[in-house]
Every structure is written in C-alpha cells, then in structure tokens.
Ligand binder design. Structure first.
Ligand SMILES: O=C[C@H](O)COP(=O)(O)O
Ligand SMILES: CC(=O)C(=O)O
Length: 211
C-alpha cells in the first residue's frame, strides 16, 4: 500500500459519511464546516463547482481547525494543484484520467478518483491506489455492484457516492469493501441558505452514528 493510500484510508475510515458540499457563498464555508464537525463529520469534501470553492477551502483550512478539508470535482492537474495550494488535504474527482493519475503520483496529497466499471477500478489499482470512489453509485449498480466486484478485485476499497442518503447508506456500509459513503444529504441547500447550522449539526450527528 502506498503512503498516500494509507493516509487516505485513515481519513476515510474515521467516519461513515463524507459530506459532499457545493458552497455558493464563501461566508457559509466556515460555519458549515464547524456545524458538520460539531456533529462528528470532520472530514469534508468541498467541490470545485462554484466560483468561491477555492476560497471556501482556504477559509475552512485556516479557520476550522477541527475540520479536515478535501477538494472534489477536480477535473485537471491544474485544479489538483490549485486545490492543494488552497489547503486541500485530499483530492476527489468524478472520474479519472492519465493526467490526474500522474498529478497524484507527484503530489504528497492523496487522490480519490471516481470509478464505475471494473476496468476503471483496475486502472486505479495499476496506478498504485488502494481506494477509489464508486460514482455515481446508485445509478451504476449500487451496493450489488460492489458486492459482485469484491470477489474478482478483492483488494480494493470503496467510497460510494451518488444517490446515497440515510435511507440506503446501510446497504453500502455493511459491505466489507466499503470504507465510508459520500453524500450531499447532510448539508441540504435550503438549510445552508437559511444558515440553519443547528439543523445541519443534527443531520451530521445522525450520519456519524451510522454503521
Ligand atoms: O454530484 C453529486 C455528489 O457527488 C453527491 O451526490 P448526492 O447529491 O447524490 O449525494
Ligand atoms: C462527484 C465527485 O466525485 C466529484 O465531484 O468529485
């Protein structure tokens, strides 16, 4: 196992649910991260889907010391580097490309690529990674896919994401090859817009108690 896979596994094993966040207003970043950490979800993924995402990652890494912030929706090596410079402690992408595997090889910051087929999982394994995202999980075969893949590709671990909520998270978390699940349900858009941080802490506590 590579050092970065070891680092990533210890981050992802520390909680059953990884919040996947789309932050529209930079001023929401720190209170949102603190609300999630108060509920027990300290590792979070801020997606690079908004203009303020890098500033949000920077603010969280500087002002929410209990949080371990990662960056999602990394589509290029430039995104990878910008996210690391902003303070991201791990990097997530919806799929994977040779350029991103190369960026990961030369970075000390671990990479969690998205996969949804046996060949993509094998390519990540060949690149030296021991854990990948399974995305979009529900649309790509769900828990049944991960159960089926565990026999031919027995040494890979997964963080399924996409279409997962409190209702079906247990189907994934009960599988031995699943380390945690990702999901946006712990930070709903309306609660973030309303600044209802207590409600988000409650959702995070429910999620943190899974498994
Ligand atoms: O793009 C989607 C995110 O990865 C999370 O998916 P979700 O909103 O279905 O939880
Ligand atoms: C969906 C996902 O994996 C990402 O945005 O990075």
């Amino acid at each position: 196992m590579s050092d970065t896979t070891g680092t990533l596994l210890s981050i992802l094993k520390s909680q059953p649910v990884m919040p996947v966040l789309i932050i529209e207003r930079v001023e929401d970043a720190v209170p949102l991260a603190r609300a999630l950490a108060a509920g027990g979800l300290k590792a979070i993924e801020v997606t690079l889907r908004t203009a303020v995402a890098l500033d949000a990652i920077r603010a969280i890494s500087e002002q929410s010391p209990d949080t371990l912030v990662g960056a999602g929706t990394i589509l290029s090596p430039d995104d990878y580097q910008a996210a690391v410079e902003a303070g991201a402690r791990f990097i997530v992408s919806p799929g994977a490309t040779p350029a991103l595997f190369a960026a990961a090889r030369t970075s000390g910051v671990p990479y969690l690529p998205g996969t949804s087929t046996a060949s993509e999982i094998m390519a990540a394994r060949e690149a030296g990674l021991g854990i990948v995202k399974f995305f979009p999980a529900e649309q790509s075969g769900g828990a049944a896919f991960l159960k089926a893949i565990s026999s031919p590709i027995a040494d890979m671990k997964f963080c399924p994401t996409g279409g997962i909520s409190l209702r079906n998270a247990g189907d994934y978390l009960s599988l031995p090859n699943v380390v945690c699940v990702g999901g946006s349900w712990v930070a709903p858009k309306d609660l973030v817009a309303a600044g209802d941080w207590d409600a988000i802490t409650k959702l995070a506590s429910e999620a943190a108690a899974l498994r």
